[in-house]
Design a protein around this ligand. Structure first.
Ligand code: DX5
Ligand code: ZN
Length: 218
């Protein structure tokens, strides 16, 4: 599968958000939106007014990563704003609710993603193979941009990829947190096909070149 790069606008320059989105339209594959509620994670980022502004100029798919309690409250708003990929954390809702949430996201016409933080064993995702359209492995603890990549995440990606293949499924694996051109090759090798990157893109002198470097990393 072709590697896709999903820059996280959490690290973008919010005073120049329009400029940054237009750059992503040309250089990136997906726009990653980190929604934080200050309760599920110890930080608040942005919500629907910002997503609405992004939606007006986005020409590539928007991917909403909901780091919130009760994510189901927000699926409809995401769908209405044209979000194409919508994910929530398994540990925020528990296994039973996760299954119904995935169904609800799909019923709204979005791709349904299930996320786990670094302290959640990857096996917890296996029951959802076939029920999720993609999986998101956090390679830092959700809450902040600019953290250091946790290398054990590579093993989680490889294990999940093997399980997805063994079951004849094709759900892509997205990885989020501390991703840069220096670990993107190893992530691709392990089986990831969507890489989220915040600081590696937006703190670079040439963000478009940084995206390209992640995409082509070996
Ligand atoms: C962390 C967010 C990430 C983060 C990535 O809670 O989910 O998307 O913004 O930023 P970097 O690439 O800087 O770790
Ligand atoms: Zn994210």
């Amino acid at each position: 599968m072709q590697l896709q790069v999903a820059p996280s606008i959490l690290s973008s320059d919010f005073a120049n958000l329009g400029r940054d989105i237009r750059m992503l339209n040309k250089a990136a594959d997906i726009i990653h939106l980190d929604v934080m509620d200050g309760t599920f994670v110890p930080n608040i980022s942005f919500g629907f007014p910002v997503i609405e502004a992004v939606a007006k100029i986005a020409r590539i798919p928007m991917d909403a990563h909901l780091m919130v309690v009760n994510p189901h409250k927000w699926f409809e708003r995401c769908a209405k704003l044209g979000v194409q990929m919508c994910s929530f954390h398994l540990e925020a809702v528990g296994a039973r609710k996760a299954a119904s949430n995935l169904k609800a996201i799909r019923a709204l016409g979005m791709k349904a993603g299930l996320v786990v933080n670094p302290d959640i064993p990857v096996e917890k995702l296996y029951p959802f193979i076939g029920k999720a359209d993609f999986f998101l492995i956090m390679s830092v603890f959700a809450g902040f941009g600019g953290q250091k990549f946790i290398y054990e995440s590579l093993d989680k990606v490889a294990a999940l990829k093997a399980e997805i293949d063994a079951r004849g499924d094709s759900a892509p694996i997205e990885v989020d947190g501390g991703v840069s051109a220096s670990n993107a090759g190893a992530l691709r090798e392990a089986g990831a096909s969507i890489l989220v990157a915040g600081s590696a893109v937006f703190k670079a002198e040439d963000p478009a070149a940084a995206i390209e470097a992640i995409r082509n990393a070996r």
